[in-house]
Design a binder for this molecule. Structure first.
Ligand code: ADP
Ligand code: MG
Length: 368
């Protein structure tokens, strides 16, 4: 085992003045609905990102991450520039704060995270939200949790340069590990939906990341925009399932794309209802239907991901499974009977590795 990463005191020669944390997230249902003004249903992971901070008397920021190691990265406030490195997330946050009229003095920060980087649990939002919470505590900023989410998104959109929606930051800021966040991405209205106590979530990373995911993502977005324009609406989710017959007028594949988006957004509301009723069978059916829709209508699944979903189907204590995240690889989320998730996850991961030669990772059930 490698030596533990340096403590705050070892890095910066004094004790921290504040600390904060934020979780990762997994989206339960409602995929590619966020840029169509639809609903999403993310829940927080037990894996969290933690920050410790201390004030400085100058305008310098020094930041160290246990996941990156090495000497602290450093920059001067108001001189943030994109470097194409992890420090851009920190720079993005301080610039977003300054642009919102909340400039702060300099600070030292140590970051550590259980949220795996780049595995689809949204380590980036966990970092932004934990950092903003830490700065709120350190400098007494008056920003609420929704503002924190908006500032985190702005950091990632502007300085990092990733055109992400607001789901990840809202989830890291507002969801719990035992309550999902039903979020209307058009209005940012939200409700917390408790995970039934009889349920347990399983998330398995497929070990596949598709190199064309970014390109395909842009294609799907453009298809949705075209479909919305042809239907005369600003966003596809302005239409509900009752308008589905209008979709038959759209050319291939726009009708299927729009059908996935409208139905998956409706499935979010149905899933929230099933969770509130403790109806895990219905929840599982919705997961399965969502997966079929991503596979056949939205065409963002892969044979490896479909294999994971099929293996989950043969487990008696798993009610349903679906791909979660942007697609073309990534992870599968499953709803299991409480207490049986880990055993099922291990069996599924083993068969999956044998069948595909890929290396799966069980992300949930996570650390206790
Ligand atoms: P995801 O959010 O799904 O994990 P992203 O590509 O959006 O994947 O964000 C991952 C990037 O965020 C990392 O490559 C790194 O630059 C940054 N990051 C996230 N967490 C940390 C951390 N704890 N320490 C340093 N950088 C981090
Ligand atoms: Mg991210």
């Amino acid at each position: 085992m490698s030596a533990p990463f340096a403590s705050f005191e070892e890095l910066f020669g004094r004790a921290p003045d504040a600390s904060a944390e934020a979780p990762g997230r997994v989206n339960l249902i409602g995929e590619h609905t966020d840029y169509n003004g639809g609903l999403v249903l993310p829940i927080a992971t037990p894996q969290r990102t933690r920050v410790q901070l201390a004030r400085r008397s100058d305008r310098v920021v020094r930041a160290s991450s246990a996941e990156v190691g090495g000497e602290p990265a450093q920059y001067v406030l108001c001189e943030e520039v994109r470097r194409g490195q992890w420090i851009d997330y920190v720079q993005g946050v301080t610039r977003a704060l300054a642009e919102a009229g909340m400039s702060t003095p300099g600070f030292d920060i140590r970051i550590s995270s259980e949220v795996p980087l780049g595995s689809g649990l949204s380590s980036s939002a966990a970092l932004e939200v934990s950092l903003l919470r830490g700065l709120r505590a350190l400098f007494g900023l008056s920003i609420d949790d929704v503002t924190i989410a908006r500032l985190g998104q702005r950091a990632e959109n502007d300085l990092v340069g990733a055109p992400v929606g607001i789901m990840d930051q809202m989830a890291a800021s507002l969801a719990g590990t035992d309550a999902a966040l039903m979020l209307d991405t058009r209005t940012l209205a939200y409700e917390l939906v408790p995970l039934p106590p009889e349920a347990e979530l399983v998330v398995i990373a497929s070990g596949v990341t598709h190199e064309h995911a970014g390109g395909e993502y842009r294609v799907r977005r453009a298809e949705c925009e075209r479909a919305a324009a042809m239907l005369g609406v600003d966003l596809l989710c302005s239409l509900g399932p009752e308008s589905e017959e209008r979709l038959s007028a759209l050319p291939e594949p726009l009708g299927r794309r729009a059908r996935h988006v409208i139905r998956d957004s409706a499935r979010v509301r149905a899933a929230a209802g099933a969770m509130r009723a403790g109806d895990l069978r219905t929840l599982g059916d919705l997961f399965r239907a969502s997966h079929a829709s991503m596979r056949d209508d939205y065409e963002i699944s892969t044979t490896e991901i479909d294999t994971l979903v099929t293996l989950a189907d043969s487990e008696p204590d798993i009610f349903g499974a679906r791909m979660t995240g942007g697609g073309f690889g990534g992870s599968v989320v499953m709803v299991a009977k409480k207490g049986s998730g880990l055993g099922a996850a291990k069996r599924i991961a083993r068969s999956y590795a044998e069948k595909t030669g890929r290396k799966p990772t069980v992300l949930l059930p996570g650390p206790p």
